[in-house]
Write a protein that binds this ligand. Structure first.
Ligand code: F6P
Length: 534
């Protein structure tokens, strides 16, 4: 358990003192606070001066990281040890974006050549689709690509394709269908022509029922137009770590893009799971995304503890959640293009860290992953920010801002940035009774115009949003998750918690269809089944 260690206990004592400090006092006392608590990594800046921390806090947190053997665990991951021990797997997503000459893992079989071979296969596919040589059953070129996948086989490429819409290739549209609700597939297909549509069945396991159900319906839709033509195979690609199952489904061997069990689903954007993204933005830009992530990997593996961006983000998250008892975390990108980033991070952080037992199966002893949520500014300001300002809950926020706009319409970007800075300042410093009075507020409204402030936040500033900086940003959060796993001593790479619901759904399926006996189920489930059958 982390919570029994000397460094953890020192932090508990320190938190009792630090909790009563207000960000107003902390800033008033130290004119150098921004310089002291900000980090730069290439074209990405992290300002964490608005966190409820002191130098002592950061020192104690770093001591905890050392005590948890952060450097040893990172080395074990690089060496290819089975750090995902509950599934008996290595964790090598860094190999997916390694330079061709790099060796990863550092011990054992180098996986980089296999990665490069799949990247070359992806490049060939992108070129043939963009160049128009990939033709459908009737000889038409591909105009639409539909990714059929869910969770890690959907959220990453979907988010990045949305984020990089400014890099969208002409003459190709990429769609994402995840939900087994027929509304998702049916509404997507309604506007598409089977003659010019290419499906990517994305599933690491190739057993996920939502994806396979959607893939079967997509095949029927296609065959309704193409008949039994052998050329139907020109419309289906599989991306999977289970090529046998994809072949059994009927995908032609040359259309199967492989990845490996050492890639976790939520860390798989960089593998062939990124194929829809590469098709959307072009392979060259996909390579720039990989290079951005690689730059963050190099930083993570070489920067000292006090300058290490992912580790710092993790330590601040740990501080807010385990020592200040925040329980919630808002991600607020001031970029419409990053609108899906909070949804992507929900899987990355909550599926990785939402656990109560450590690597040894013992209680972690504290709550782990905060509930992560958010939406882009300024929209959120007119929705839930009221609660952040005056709701009385501690909700640490990550603001994300772009120095340059990706869609530079006159007058828009300065207004967007002014709002971003205004919100983090208002949340941090609030408004006192005296300040409200000085503004001429009528006495009966004073209580309503007081803002307690002291709401902690990070602000991440990217020079611009492009494939390279997006790669850096995503890898930053990936490594943050790894660090939090080390700090809470848990395995962030398994997800046993999602299994029970899957098993129950399998058992309930015949009952929902009106077959079988529901008497073994609880009263609520029986009542709901009866209602559905009325
Ligand atoms: O939701 C559980 C999960 O296993 C995720 O971890 C994964 O990303 C998703 O399902 C999809 O899995 P697959 O890629 O195997 O279809």
């Amino acid at each position: 358990m982390s919570v029994d260690t000397p460094a953890w206990k020192a932090l508990v004592n320190h938190a009792a003192e630090q909790r009563v400090q207000h960000l107003r006092q902390l800033f008033a006392r130290d004119a150098q606070r921004f310089e002291r608590f900000s980090l730069q990594c290439e074209n990405l800046l992290l300002d964490y001066s608005k966190q409820r921390i002191s130098e002592q806090t950061m020192r104690l947190l770093r001591e905890l990281a050392i005590e948890c053997d952060i450097n040893g665990w990172r080395q074990r991951m690089l060496d290819g040890e089975l750090v995902n021990q509950t599934e008996g797997r290595a964790v090598l997503h860094m190999a997916l974006r390694a330079a061709p000459a790099e060796i990863l893992p550092r011990r054992g079989t180098n996986q980089v050549p296999a990665v490069q071979a799949v990247l070359a296969q992806m490049q060939r596919l992108c070129e043939s689709v963009h160049g128009g040589s990939w033709r459908g059953f009737s000889g038409e070129r591909i105009t639409d690509v539909v990714n059929l996948g869910i969770g890690g086989s959907d959220l990453g490429p979907r988010m990045a394709t949305r984020a990089l819409a400014a890099w969208q290739q002409p003459d190709i549209r990429v769609h994402f269908v995840a939900n087994v609700d027929g509304a998702d597939l049916a509404t997507t297909l309604a506007d598409l022509n089977p003659r010019s549509t290419l499906f990517i069945v994305s599933s690491k396991t190739f057993t996920t029922s939502e994806t396979l159900t959607n893939a079967n319906s997509a095949r029927q839709w296609l065959m309704a137009a193409a008949g039994e033509s052998e050329q139907v195979s020109r419309h289906f690609i599989a991306v999977t770590a289970n090529p046998e199952a994809a072949a059994f489904f009927g995908i032609a061997p040359e259309n199967i893009f492989e990845f490996w069990d050492w890639v976790g689903g939520r860390f798989s954007l960089w593998s062939a799971i990124g194929l829809p993204l590469a098709l959307a933005i072009g392979f060259h830009h996909f390579e720039a995304l990989l290079a951005g992530a690689r730059q963050m990997d190099t930083h993570f593996c070489s920067a000292p503890t006090e300058k290490n961006l992912p580790l710092t983000l993790a330590l601040l998250s740990l501080w807010n959640n385990s020592f200040l008892q925040a329980g919630s975390h808002a991600v607020l990108p001031y970029s419409q293009s990053l609108e899906l980033f909070p949804a992507y991070l929900q899987q990355l952080e909550m599926e990785s860290l939402g656990k109560q037992v450590d690597r040894a199966g013992q209680s972690v002893g504290v709550d782990t992953a905060p509930i992560l949520w958010g939406m882009p500014g300024t929209n959120g300001q007119h929705s839930f920010y009221q609660l952040l300002h005056q709701g009385g809950r501690l909700v640490p926020c990550d603001f994300i801002a772009l120095k340059q706009a990706d869609y530079p319409l006159p007058g828009h970007h300065p207004l967007l940035l002014a709002n971003c800075l205004a919100q983090s300042a208002a949340l941090a410093f609030g408004q006192t009774v005296e300040e409200a009075r000085a503004l001429g507020t009528p006495e009966e409204l004073i209580a309503h115009k007081v803002f307690p402030g002291n709401q902690p936040s990070n602000t991440l500033v990217l020079s611009q949003l492009d494939p390279h900086t997006l790669g850096q940003l995503i890898a930053l959060y990936e490594h943050k998750v790894f660090c939090l796993g080390v700090l809470w001593k848990l395995n962030p790479f398994d997800q046993w918690g999602v299994e029970l619901g899957k098993q129950l759904a399998t058992t309930l399926l015949p009952l929902v269809k009106g077959e079988g006996d529901a008497s073994g189920f609880d009263a609520s489930t029986r009542g709901l089944l009866a209602t559905l059958h009325e």
